[in-house]
Design a protein around this ligand. Structure first.
Ligand SMILES: Cc1cc2nc3c(=O)[nH]c(=O)nc-3n(C[C@H](O)[C@H](O)[C@H](O)COP(=O)(O)OP(=O)(O)OC[C@H]3O[C@@H](n4cnc5c(N)ncnc54)[C@H](O)[C@@H]3O)c2cc1C
Length: 424
């Protein structure tokens, strides 16, 4: 491996900071990475609750998350991933289950057949969805202010098709209602995750909480490459100092040649001479976990159309003790629920869950937990709202790629683009 004498600071131990570290080390740089919290992973991370580690949300990915998967592979973490290469989504509507499923590995036949076989819609509606998907794949970049919802309606999609197909895929992917997503944004997501990938995309997930997975291997990767991780070290300020960059935390000052800011937007109070326009649209995700004394569903997940449940996940495959069965309900675009008290939300969702999954009264709820992520997604409203006056300070993170939604792949990709273009 070639050596590079420049020493780089990375601020933030989320997916973008981890990716930047791995890619810089590959190029021969030494890095120091600073994370304010106890756990790595950021918004893809986990928390401790009653002596167990729980992901703060259901961190789902697709086989088309190329950059993200490459980084996990470099860290030797493949065996912790449940990679599903076949599309197979059970979708429940009014108590009945339907499948969005494809076993054909060739694009676009895989997509066509999965939609054709989706009996939750009339045959004529399924054909209209296929035509609309085709039109979406042919759309060119434009600055149209049209929302995704309006575009769908202009292209022959009725409310039934929107609720039973487009909402299921797009609302959690964007963490936003369809009328708040621009058509350009929607097109970019489908292009990156589905159309350009050209193979089947199944729903993939981690076999263990993400912070636990990343911890050990990332630590040894850094150590073996003369690099360091500083946890619970919040950087408060970045400054220039005689052509170097100085970082200040409560405990210490550090000096580097260059710094990469991989925090969530607003993570640092003072970015040196650089100006960040905080004009972002944020939305929340709420996850409610229920532990039952009996198994509730056989599937790993079920999506619900036209229901408050949206997506429900089970940990059947991961469970160690057979005495407790965990179900999590993931609620996206949840800003309007932030003011509702935990107890009220838990009661409401347990009631819906019991009704929609037909859970017998004999099944006991052992406990529940609610995890709120109020700024789960941060979408930049303008393209040019980072004004970098100091050229040795760089910015990465999902919010920096304004053409894509906030995903783990977007976070990883933002770092890959930076390292490929600016670090030799
Ligand atoms: C509940 C939830 C569910 C989600 N589900 C999915 C999903 O299923 N699939 C998907 O692809 N994406 C999902 N996302 C989005 C995805 O997690 C994010 O897009 C991605 O993790 C963002 O990574 P990042 O590195 O850009 O930012 P972050 O994850 O926000 O990382 C920033 C890091 O910087 C640290 N930091 C901040 N300030 C400082 C400071 N001053 N000093 C030191 N460290 C600092 C933070 O603690 C954090 O660890 C979800 C997000 C949430 C919240």
């Amino acid at each position: 491996m070639k050596k590079n004498n420049e020493k780089i600071a990375i601020i933030g131990g989320g997916i973008s900071g981890i990716t930047a570290s791995v890619l810089l080390i590959e190029k021969g740089y030494k890095v120091d990475i600073f994370e304010a919290k106890k756990n790595l992973g950021g918004r893809a991370g986990s928390i401790q609750n009653k002596n167990i580690t729980i992901d703060i949300g259901q961190h789902i990915f697709l086989p088309s998350y190329k950059t993200f998967l490459e980084v996990l592979d470099k860290l030797g973490l493949n065996h912790y991933l449940n990679i599903e290469k076949k599309l197979n989504i059970p979708i429940q509507y009014k108590g009945k289950k339907y499948l969005l499923k494809s076993r054909i590995p060739f694009f676009p036949l895989n997509m066509m057949f999965s939609v054709i076989g989706y009996k939750n819609l009339k045959f004529s509606e399924r054909i209209k969805i296929i035509i609309c998907l085709y039109k979406l794949s042919k759309l060119k970049d434009n600055n149209s202010k049209t929302s995704f919802l309006s575009w769908l309606k202009q292209n022959g999609q009725n409310n039934n098709m929107i609720k039973k197909f487009w909402d299921i895929i797009s609302k959690p992917a964007f963490n936003s209602e369809l009328n708040k997503i621009s058509i350009n944004h929607a097109k970019n997501l489908f292009k990156l995750m589905i159309f350009d990938y050209k193979k089947n995309v199944g729903i993939c997930y981690f076999k263990k909480p993400f912070s636990e997975i990343i911890e050990k291997n990332f630590h040894s990767y850094l150590k073996n490459n003369n690099s360091n991780l500083f946890k619970t070290e919040k950087i408060e300020e970045i400054k220039s100092f005689q052509k170097k960059i100085s970082l200040r935390s409560k405990k210490e000052n550090y000096i580097y040649d260059k710094a990469i800011v991989a925090t969530n937007l607003g993570g640092i109070k003072n970015y040196g001479e650089n100006l960040i326009d905080n004009n972002v649209k944020t939305d929340s995700i709420i996850n409610i976990y229920f532990w039952f004394d009996k198994k509730i569903i056989d599937e790993d997940f079920i999506s619900f159309s036209d229901s408050k449940l949206e997506w429900v996940f089970s940990d059947n495959k991961l469970i160690k003790s057979k005495k407790e069965y965990r179900i999590s309900v993931s609620i996206s675009a949840a800003n309007n629920k932030l003011k509702i008290q935990n107890e009220k939300l838990i009661l409401e969702y347990e009631k819906i869950l019991r009704k929609e999954l037909n859970i017998s009264k004999k099944v006991k709820t052992i406990r529940s937990l609610i995890i709120r992520s109020p700024k789960a997604t941060q979408i930049k409203m303008k393209n040019n709202n980072i004004r970098r006056k100091n050229k040795n300070i760089y910015f990465v993170g999902d919010w920096t790629l304004s053409s894509l939604p906030n995903t783990m792949e977007t976070a990883a990709l933002s770092s890959k683009k930076l390292i490929d273009n600016h670090f030799k």
